[in-house]
Design a protein around this ligand. Structure first.
Ligand code: PLP
Length: 409
């Protein structure tokens, strides 16, 4: 008899976006002529830029000829991409990494979910709340999160991020083994200053805590004094793993490419107190369970660093960030409290009159025919907020704002 991993059964079966789809469908059935606009999706809408497409075409042609065909590539990624990452994403910020500290992957979701395999099942974890669900759910699956009680996992330390603390999480008052941070943040769209991040790195050094730092939205940072990488902070290489992705940076959600940085200096402890470097462990893990990202995707990622690629990628990000600004300004002028949207493509909107996330979601759907994402779906501290994304088409975005204005005026 094969026994299942019963930790999976603890996961709530309803997935947030499935619940939303159900409610939207119910609305459409009763309002067949309404045109619904979604400002809820966390996916990009603008096509791949020309430099990326060109690189992909070229790579496909290489794959089609005997002389330049590529079979299995290195599990860690091709040297051309790892070197381009070191040279373009880190060196200009004064961070010196070795290509062997870069692990190319098929997107950040896989590695943010898989990375917890490196640590024992009985480590404690801390997360900012609200949160990108992958961090907790991947820990639930192997039994590290405990059981769900009143919307919280019993073995998870939640660090609330709300308007009251300006979305800056407080250091936990006890030591935690592993902490997940995501900046710029999904879902709140808010950022952390260098000084605040320094507190986390210092906490980690002092408490021997491992930080998993998700920087998937790094390309959206606009303001100064906002760290682009956790390695801008002194000592971070000893305590942090960083995740990046081309998904939101360059519209690669359907192409699949990202990378994980595991510095050579980063170690964790065995039960008997011996320090073990995580870089060779992650390398071993990847070589066993991962067979590399496609050559075509990696050439595509490399193309985002060419002069044309950079320019074109920036244009698309500007497009989304103009949406974000428009949304921020309009909602603010309507007297709604809005957070985020300055260094991230997400706006975190306080529901007026303290109505709940789901209630406001339904009101917006039925009165403006606009879909948002209920904040409570990202964790208990998301109650009383909804998330709007700036990833839509400009026209849709404008139309949605007009309808919201009509509704709330
Ligand atoms: C979109 C996103 C990612 C990236 O996912 P990919 O697998 O690279 O497409 C990672 N972290 C967060 C918080 C995200 O929102």
């Amino acid at each position: 008899m094969a026994l299942v991993n019963e930790h999976f059964l603890k996961l709530p079966s309803n997935y947030l976006f499935a619940d939303i789809a159900k409610k939207v469908n119910a609305f459409k059935v009763s309002h067949p002529h309404a045109e619904v606009i979604s400002l809820g999706i966390g996916d990009v809408t603008q096509p791949l830029c020309p430099a990326v497409r060109e690189a992909m075409h070229k790579a496909v042609d290489e794959m089609g000829s005997k002389e330049s065909f590529h079979g299995y590539g290195p599990e860690q990624g091709y040297a051309f991409l790892r070197e381009a990452i070191v040279k373009n994403d880190y060196l200009p910020r004064g961070i010196h990494l070795d290509p062997s500290e870069i692990f190319v992957n098929d997107g950040a979701k896989s590695d943010t979910g898989n990375i917890q395999e490196l640590v024992r099942w009985d480590n404690s974890i801390g997360v900012t709340d609200p949160i990108y669900p992958v961090y907790i759910d991947s820990n639930v699956m192997i039994g590290r999160a405990g059981v769900l009680q009143d919307g919280k996992w019993s073995n998870v330390v939640y660090m609330p991020c709300t308007a009251e603390n300006n979305f800056v999480p407080q250091l936990p008052d006890k030591r935690v083994d592993i902490i997940y941070l995501c900046y710029p943040n999904n879902p709140t769209g808010t950022m952390i200053t260098k000084e605040e991040l320094r507190k986390w790195v210092n906490y980690a050094i002092k408490n021997d805590t491992l930080i998993f730092y998700d920087a998937a939205y790094e390309a959206y940072i606009r303001e100064d004094d906002v760290p682009h990488s956790i390695y801008e902070i002194k000592g971070a290489r000893k305590v942090a793993i960083e995740f990046r992705s081309y998904s939101k940076t360059a519209g690669f959600t359907g192409v699949r490419c990202g990378y994980t940085v595991v510095p050579k200096e980063l170690t964790a402890s065995t039960l008997s107190g011996e320090r073990v470097p995580l870089n060779p462990m992650w390398n071993r893990r990847q070589c066993t369970k991962f067979n590399g990202t496609s050559y075509i995707s990696q050439r595509a990622a490399e193309a985002t660093y060419s002069p044309e690629g950079r320019e074109q990628v920036k244009e698309v990000i500007d497009y989304y960030m103009n949406n974000a600004k428009m949304m921020h300004d309009t909602l603010t002028s309507l007297g709604i409290e809005v957070f985020g949207g300055k260094n991230a493509p997400y706006l975190w909107v306080k529901t007026p009159d303290g109505s709940g996330s789901w209630r406001f979601f339904e009101q917006m759907l039925y009165n403006a025919h606009v879909v948002c994402t209920p904040g409570v779906g990202f964790g208990p501290s998301g109650e009383g907020y909804v998330r709007l994304t700036a990833f839509g088409e400009r026209n849709d975005c404008e139309e949605a704002l007009e309808r919201i204005t009509q509704w709330l005026k």
